[in-house]
Design a protein around this ligand. Structure first.
Ligand code: MN
Length: 231
């Protein structure tokens, strides 16, 4: 037991780093809409500025992990996304300084209870139950960016070997530097924060037994399995 804590402290969630070590996760931010073709498939307006939501840090699932099919949904969907990992603290970060605040990048999957998300949206309620739940944030091993934000590269997701999503980072409506800059106006970014930067078109459902592979050209790939829910 540490200090005067009345319970053992929860473990800090981490993401493995390629080459060794582990990145401690403080918060997970996600961009709601960032590829035109996905906004159109969801019936949205492509002229709106980006908005952000969060997932709990302990929703992280590592490469090779298993995601139990969640409760309260019958439409559990995948969204492949570029993930940025913050390594330097800052608020109101200028676009030109954004790269210096990003330590690493990877590929992640924004898992979504789509039916619940859409029902919440229709009812004018928060998205939270559709987006922020246990095991909802698979993230591949982090790769240090060495001062160079990703700007292009194929981003893909396959289910059981079949291509479901394919886009390119060059299609991001709000580029990495703009996302970091805008998010840092709303929250002080701190080392340990992850940012999921939005998904291209082709989102779809998965079921227990499915094998999901996600990749970003030149950065990382990851795979997860979908399992039957625990009793
Ligand atoms: Mn998403």
């Amino acid at each position: 037991m540490i200090g005067n804590l009345v319970l053992d402290a929860p473990r800090i969630p981490t993401v493995p780093v390629r080459g060794g070590g582990a990145f401690p996760v403080r918060r997970i931010y996600c961009v709601g809409r960032n590829y035109t073709d996905h906004i159109l498939e969801m019936g949205g307006d492509t002229r709106e500025p980006p908005f952000f939501f969060q997932k709990p840090a302990d929703a992280i699932v590592h490469d090779g992990g298993v995601v139990p099919y969640p409760s309260c949904t019958s439409d559990f969907q995948h969204e492949v996304e570029l993930v940025l990992a913050i390594g330097r603290e800052g608020s109101n970060i200028a676009r030109a300084d954004a790269a210096a605040h990003v330590w690493a990048a990877s590929v992640g999957i924004d898992l979504t209870r789509r039916d619940v998300q859409i029902q919440a949206r229709k009812s004018g309620r928060p998205w939270e139950i559709g987006k922020s739940f246990d095991h909802s944030a698979p993230c591949g091993d982090l790769v240090p960016i060495n001062g160079q934000l990703p700007v292009r590269g194929a981003i893909e997701l396959r289910v059981n070997g079949q291509l479901r999503q394919r886009g390119d980072l060059a299609q991001l409506i709000w580029a990495c530097d703009e996302i970091v800059s805008q998010l840092s106006q709303q929250y002080r970014l701190v080392p340990g924060d992850l940012i999921y930067t939005g998904t291209p078109a082709g989102v779809g459902s998965v079921i227990p037994g499915d094998r999901v592979e996600a990749s970003i050209e030149g950065i990382a790939s990851m795979r997860i399995g979908i399992a039957v829910p625990p009793q």
